[in-house]
Design a protein around this ligand. Structure first.
Ligand SMILES: NC(=O)c1ccc[n+]([C@@H]2O[C@H](COP(=O)([O-])OP(=O)(O)OC[C@H]3O[C@@H](n4cnc5c(N)ncnc54)[C@H](OP(=O)(O)O)[C@@H]3O)[C@@H](O)[C@H]2O)c1
Length: 321
């Protein structure tokens, strides 16, 4: 699959990157994903590189630097040098003013252990003590100072994206990306104007939870017992209840059927739908807690579904999961 340009930047990224929330270690993220050791992280990063993945998404919020450190430790262990892959991280806005973007960028760079911040993102539009324009101004300043290369946002609405783009334009910059939840079980971007606005502004949408936290792999439909073993917060997310599994069973059956024809898994078909259905505007960052997960995700770079398959899956995607 052809690489895709990240917004209007110079970065040419693979349509599949690696989400690194799973590398957060002990703390809040354990409500979603149990902590995994460095050895496993290094193996996951190695599998991503071997599969041709050329970019990684992490965040301050993922263990206050733990994910950034684990990722770059893994990259170094595989001989990757700064600049050879693209790194995206995020600033946490909660109860902080925009000034903290400048104050904390040194911590981010320290946690990245010599790797640059190719894309710095505002993790969410809510929670900061400053308005969005001020936050974006602070990001623009970091660009001007050469401390980051590109500016992105996350969980922003269409209107908030426009605000960010206008502020950046005054500095001769563009908004590179908006990281939002998109999958066959979460298609709000089509209805709330985010997709249309991203296309109009030339902004890349980075799809998070593209497997809807593993639901679209079909493993929970096949073995509902697995739901009981999930960390509490993730278990209580939409879709893992018996009714939720029942609602999405027809879609998962079709993912399995299409997968069988290609010799791939349901999860791989779900990712190929994401990278195919929306064209160049959307790239995806599936997470992995095992090397096998990312081996499968990376193999999607060689998988293209037909228009009919894309439409058939879209037709089976329930209004809510
Ligand atoms: N910006 C934001 O607000 C935001 C929010 C959420 C996530 N994110 C980013 O998006 C990334 C991905 O989202 P996500 O982790 O929430 O959801 P996801 O990518 O939809 O699901 C990842 C989980 O699915 C399971 N999985 C993946 N590949 C598999 C395979 N081949 N076979 C079986 N199971 C497989 C694993 O679950 P198990 O580990 O249980 O086996 C894995 O941890 C995160 O790492 C993070 O970087 C961003």
């Amino acid at each position: 699959m052809r690489r895709r340009r990240l917004g209007a930047t110079e970065f040419e990224i693979t349509p599949i990157g690696l989400g690194c929330m799973q590398f957060a270690g002990p703390g809040l993220v354990e409500g979603f994903y149990p902590a995994i050791g460095q050895e496993t992280v290094t193996a996951i990063v190695g599998a991503a590189l071997a599969g041709g993945v050329n970019w990684f998404d992490t965040a301050e919020m993922y263990g206050k630097g733990a994910s950034e450190r684990a990722l770059t430790t893994g990259l170094r262990a595989h001989g990757v040098k700064p600049g050879e892959v693209m790194i995206a991280t995020k600033w946490t806005p909660t109860l902080r003013t925009a000034a903290s973007i400048g104050h904390t960028v040194g911590d981010r760079l320290a946690a990245l252990q010599g790797f640059p911040i190719d894309l710095h993102q505002i993790h969410q539009p809510v929670g900061s003590l400053s308005g969005i324009p001020r936050q974006v101004e602070a990001m623009a300043r970091l660009c001007r100072e050469g401390r980051i290369t590109a500016v992105g946002v996350s969980n922003f609405s269409a209107r908030q994206m426009r605000t960010a783009a206008v502020v950046l334009a005054a500095h001769g910059l563009t908004l590179a990306s908006n990281q939002v939840q998109i999958s066959l079980l979460h298609r709000d971007v089509e209805r709330d104007g985010t997709l249309r606005t991203a296309r109009e502004l030339g902004v890349t949408l980075i799809a998070y939870s593209p497997l809807r936290s593993g639901l679209l792999t079909g493993k929970f439909h096949e073995n509902p017992e697995l739901v009981r073993k999930l960390p509490r917060v993730r278990r209580l997310m939409g879709g893992f209840s018996p009714a939720g599994l029942k609602r999405t069973a027809p879609l998962v059956a079709e993912l399995n059927a299409i997968g069988k024809a290609y010799g791939v898994s349901a999860g791989q078909v779900a990712l190929a739908w994401l990278t195919g259905f929306y064209g160049d505007t959307v790239v995806a960052i599936p997470g992995a807690s095992k090397p096998r997960h990312v081996e499968e995700s990376a193999a999607v770079l060689d998988l293209e579904l037909t228009e009919r398959e894309l439409d058939r899956l879209a037709g089976l995607s329930p209004a809510r999961s």
